[in-house]
Design a protein around this ligand. Structure first.
Ligand SMILES: *[C@@H]1O[C@H](CO)[C@@H](O)[C@H](O)[C@H]1NC(C)=O
Length: 256
């Protein structure tokens, strides 16, 4: 996994080579792209009125001047053991700091993943799934679609990573497909922040046909319930009505 970064290390050295200097600056830079610091380069650049007139480059291991005067000064400095030792010390610091930067500052950030369905974009397939990954770092990420555990490569598109403006990225992967009943569709995400690939299974909503059966059955049960309740009520009422004449058979005042 490739990163690249620049760490501004020091601004401690500055010399003015001309008495008419209006503005001068020295910039110490540490440039690296590997996590172990082996390719870290320490650069010390000297500008005078925005023009670079001398530079120390740790790969060359010496100061290089770009004007006649700067060349003379560079020669003198390169012959100065104290200067050489000091630059080597800063180079070592650059290599060590680049390792620290990778461990601390440039730590990977796990993506937040959302899997959802959408209207199919083309006529080829009736369904589309979108697997979206948000707020991750670094930008390298691998998204794979699986259908019953097997990788799907056709009809997969992806939208490029958008930086969120805070070093974090987002990416969207689209799968167009024709649903088959009982199948399992999975979005698999591989990223530096994850020890192993993370799987997100698609949970389809019950299909509309099933819905109709459920609603129809519920309606039928409800109808039967009211029918039964009505019948019982009717039976009770008629039972009471039947009983009334029977009670009238007994005359008030009769003893049992
Ligand atoms: C530093 O020196 C190396 C080796 O000559 C060179 O490849 C590199 O471009 C130099 N860096 C800069 C910023 O000049």
């Amino acid at each position: 996994m490739k990163h690249s970064a620049v760490l501004i290390l020091t601004l401690n050295t500055f010399c003015v080579f001309s008495e008419s200097a209006l503005y001068g600056q020295a910039l110490g830079r540490c440039q690296f792209s590997s996590s172990d610091g082996h390719d870290a380069v320490y650069l010390e650049q000297y500008y005078f009125n925005k023009m670079l007139f001398a530079q120390y480059n740790s790969t060359l291991g010496k100061m290089v001047g770009y004007t006649k005067k700067a060349m003379d000064v560079a020669d003198t400095l390169n012959q100065n053991p104290e200067f050489v030792t000091h630059e080597k010390w800063k180079t070592r610091l650059c290599k060590q700091n680049s390792q620290l930067a990778f461990k601390g500052l440039l730590r990977s950030v796990e993506p937040y993943v959302r899997l959802r369905s959408a209207e199919a974009a083309s006529r080829k397939h009736p369904a589309m799934l979108i697997c979206s990954m948000y707020n991750f770092y670094p930008k390298q990420i691998i998204v794979t679609w699986l259908r019953d555990g097997k990788e799907v490569t056709s009809d997969v598109t992806s939208a490029e990573e958008h930086p969120n403006g805070n070093w974090l990225y987002q990416i969207h992967s689209y799968l167009e497909y024709t649903p088959r009943s009982g199948e399992k569709i999975t979005c698999m995400v591989e990223h530096a922040s994850l020890k192993e690939p993370k799987l997100y299974d698609w949970e389809p909503a019950p299909d509309p046909g099933m819905h109709k059966i459920i609603i129809g059955t519920a309606g039928l049960v409800l109808g039967l319930f009211f029918l039964a309740a009505g019948l019982i009520y009717y039976k009770k009422k008629s039972a009471v009505r039947v009983m009334v004449p029977i009670t009238e058979v007994f005359h008030p005042g009769d003893t049992l």
